[in-house]
Write a protein that binds this ligand. Structure first.
Ligand code: DGY
Length: 311
């Protein structure tokens, strides 16, 4: 039976399932991710690794784990893992696919509605004494019926967002690889990002993409902070190049307390909670456990990571 290193305590019964299968499971204690040293130490004699999006799994780490036979990420994204390095060493990588689609699409709609109707500002004003009367011209938001929503990425989460936005009467379009992104951005009232972070999508939304958008546009990011050039976004919000942003993800994550993102106007920020429902997080843990159990038994992972870019 194998030793499995789990990089954080997880909800649900996934760790129990790994133990019930006879494996020795070592769980990194505490709320914060393991340090690099703790990671290297944790995997040194491990055959399985259950990593989180906060853990860098690269060639150096894989080389320090000579017995490693499987990596399962507790996330659908896998930009924290060097997939090519894992493939070169014959180590299968799994992701928590499928199970977080609804939760992430729900959060996207929550951000869309909150930003479109100025909820953070309204809440602050109500609590801080600025709600003096019912104001005909106060806290005016954006009507959703007829608004043009551009979804960047045609994957499961993007489609689930489209299904939720459609009953609001929004006009939905998609942009994916090969499309003229800037032309699509120019038409959109709301842009929601749902592409994975990889070499092609890093800083996809850069200064020129922001320049192409409407000055009233709302940009929503629930994928990875690195898809947006955050410095360019901060500048665009200050300059009024776009109207507002709603971010579940930032670059870096979390931003340090003095990061200028916190001073950018009309910018709603939440702490990477797209998949944060008890049901979804337990399902993600089970998905990671399924991938490890299969790979350690010499079987194919049920939800493998996509192949590395060069494969
Ligand atoms: C993922 O799974 O990639 C999300 O960002 C966290 O749930």
């Amino acid at each position: 039976m194998a030793k499995i290193f789990v990089a954080r305590s997880l909800p649900g019964d996934a760790i129990g399932r790994l133990r019930d299968a006879g494996h020795t499971v070592v769980v990194h204690p505490g709320k914060l991710p393991p340090t690099r040293e703790e990671m290297l130490d944790g995997v040194a004699d491990a055959e399985g690794l259950l990593s989180l999006l906060t853990d860098r799994v690269d060639g150096e780490l894989l080389d320090s784990a000579p017995q490693l036979r499987a990596v399962a990420n507790f996330a659908v994204g896998c930009d924290n893992i060097d997939l090519a390095a894992a493939a070169e060493r014959g180590i299968p990588v799994g992701v928590a696919a499928h199970v977080l689609t609804d939760a992430t699409a729900d959060l996207t709609m929550a951000l869309l509605l909150a930003a479109a109707r100025n909820l953070p500002e309204g809440e602050r004003d109500a609590r801080e004494g600025r709600w003096e009367t019912w104001e005909p011209e106060g806290w005016l938001g954006r009507e959703l019926r007829g608004a043009k929503l551009l979804i960047v990425g045609r994957g499961r989460i993007g489609q689930a967002v489209a299904a939720r936005a459609e009953p609001f009467g929004m006009q939905i379009s998609f942009a994916s690889r090969g499309d003229d992104l800037h032309a699509a951005l120019a038409q959109a009232d709301i842009v929601s990002l749902h592409c994975p972070l990889n070499e092609q999508t890093r800083h996809l939304i850069d200064a020129s993409a922001l320049e192409a958008m409407k000055p009233t546009a709302l940009l929503i990011n629930t994928t990875r902070g690195g898809v947006v050039d955050q410095e360019a976004l901060i500048a665009a919000l200050h300059a009024g190049t776009i109207g507002s942003a709603a971010l579940d993800v930032t670059d870096p994550e979390p931003p340090p307390a003095d990061d200028p993102i916190y001073d950018a106007p009309h910018c709603l920020i939440v702490p990477h909670i797209g998949s944060a429902t008890a049901t979804t997080r337990a399902a993600m843990a089970n998905c990671a456990a399924d991938n490890l159990l299969a790979a350690l038994a010499g079987e194919a992972m049920p939800t493998p990571a996509p192949p590395p870019p060069s494969a």
